[in-house]
Design a protein around this ligand. Structure first.
Ligand code: CU
Length: 480
């Protein structure tokens, strides 16, 4: 045994030594990886990612990216002129492996108004490709680069004014997998944060132009995942099954804000810090810099809706940086009991819940002109004010917040429902046979908005299809 020890030690040193020297020379060694044949890259729109590289050899990889300037919806009723790589924000996901020779063709659609280019952070070369790819509408440019360093990288337009091109949506992710690929997982998704600056304030309807001064001041009206409010909620929610391992490729296009990326109700088993080789474990929140990325992985153990947020939390609940990962499967009471909440603890009394008087709340500039508009505006108010407790389908949260879907309590008395929104509601109530004892605070919204949101609620999720008018709301207010 004694004689073996020094041998083992020197073997270990030899191995360590080899590893170090390989690290030092990584660029020169990966630059020499031979490529065999060529293939056209699969590009995907978010939240999807292309097929993993697996064990494939390095290739000449043809990437054809088209720039499209097109109008889209930033949130309900708010339009925005997006500039995109591949027609989506973020742009198409590009998946490569180390040693690939990427032949990149950037085409600027003839209907576009402006020249653009691309700076890929995965490129070793001047401007990350920007200098070789500057292209006018109706033209295309081709350049080529070899992927020397594995990792998850941001790409973006770098045409002046750079901040404006990025703010309009010109960013995306390119993944360079290591030799042999990343370890397989059950689900992979592409999520990228961005901040938006509009002439009108958050929620102001119509086509909103970009606001340069707000962007310079870093005063974002919207902070969103995947280009718009609600891109990852409702029918667009990400999905997984209990027991699966989920990998999220998280990017941050900025242009300004650093993301404190967090998933409510989960702990990241692994984080590839800043998208590089370093793996950290058991992480609650990871910083994703503007122009940076991270890969996070976690196994989902219990069913429910996990909430993706920027934990600079007003961005999540007031500016849009919120997404849902819906997990289905068997409960595991050992991991999470779903304990019943017994009562309300209000050490300072209900006075702390007080909000400004309803007289101080201004009526909206643009009243709804039809039932359809009431539904549309109402949904918007619901997503801003009610969604966190009552949930996207009005299902509520068991033992905490009552459901609004098929709610006997709601459908029985419209004036009581109006009063709950206008004056708040506390104390025990019974909804669909279940007792709830929580506090709903008075909502700081105008009579018009109360009418819209209640009309939306009454005409959704199997409710009684009542239409609520501003007059009905004012009548309840005046009875007080
Ligand atoms: Cu551009």
């Amino acid at each position: 045994m004694k004689t073996l020890k020094p041998i083992i030690l020197s073997l270990a040193l030899l191995i360590l030594g080899c590893k170090d020297s390989k690290k030092d020379g990584e660029n020169s060694s990966t630059a020499n990886i031979p490529v065999s044949r060529e293939m056209v890259a699969e590009l995907t729109a978010p939240p999807h990612v292309p097929t993993p590289v697996g064990s494939r050899k390095a290739k000449k990889l043809i990437v054809n990216m088209e720039i499209l300037e097109e109008e889209g919806e930033l949130t309900n009723g708010v339009r925005y002129n997006y500039w995109t790589f591949g027609g989506s924000v973020p742009g198409s996901f590009i998946r490569t492996r180390v040693g690939d020779e990427v032949e990149f063709t950037l085409s600027n659609h003839p209907d576009n108004k402006l020249p653009h280019n691309i700076d890929l952070h995965a490129v070793t070369g001047p401007g990350g490709g920007a200098e070789s790819s500057f292209v006018a509408p109706g033209h295309e440019k081709t350049f080529s680069f070899k992927t020397l360093n594995p990792g998850l990288y941001v790409y973006h337009c770098a045409t002046a004014p750079v901040g404006m091109h990025i703010a309009n949506g010109m960013y995306g992710l390119i993944l360079v997998e290591p030799e042999g690929g990343l370890p397989p997982v059950d689900k992979e998704y592409y999520v990228m944060q961005g901040d938006f600056y509009t002439k009108g304030k958050n929620g102001e309807r119509g086509l909103q132009p970009f606001d340069m001064q707000k962007a310079v001041d870093e005063n974002a009206d919207y902070v969103v995942f995947n280009g718009s409010v609600g891109a990852l909620t409702g029918d667009n929610a990400l999905t997984a099954k209990v027991g699966e391992t989920v990998r999220l490729y998280i990017g941050n296009g900025g242009p300004n804000l650093v993301s404190s990326f967090h998933v409510i109700g989960e702990i990241f088993d692994k984080v590839y810090v800043e998208g590089g080789d370093l793996i950290n474990e058991n992480i609650q929140t990871t910083l994703v810099p503007a122009g940076g990325a991270a890969i996070v992985e976690f196994r989902v153990d219990v069913p429910g809706s996990l909430v993706l947020v920027d934990h600079s939390i007003f961005r999540a609940f007031n500016k849009g940086a919120l997404g849902i990962l819906k997990v289905e499967g068997e409960e595991d009471k050992k991991i999470y009991s779903g304990e019943i909440r017994e009562g309300i603890y209000l050490p300072e009394g209900p006075g702390i819940q007080n909000m400004p008087t309803t007289d101080e709340i201004a009526e909206s500039d643009i009243p709804a002109k039809s039932f359809e508009e009431q539904m549309e505006f109402g949904k918007q108010i619901y997503m801003q004010n009610c969604f966190a407790c009552h949930q996207s389908e009005g299902q509520g949260i068991p033992n905490a917040f009552p459901p609004l879907a098929k709610s006997d309590y709601l459908n029985a008395d419209v004036n009581r429902a109006i009063s709950a929104v206008v004056n708040g509601l506390s104390g025990e109530i019974t909804v669909n046979g279940e007792k709830y004892n929580s506090v709903m605070t008075r909502q700081m919204i105008s009579s018009e908005e109360v009418a819209n949101v209640l009309t939306y609620v009454y005409n959704s999720w199997g409710n009684s299809k009542k239409e609520v008018t501003k007059k009905m709301v004012d009548d309840v207010k005046n009875k007080k």
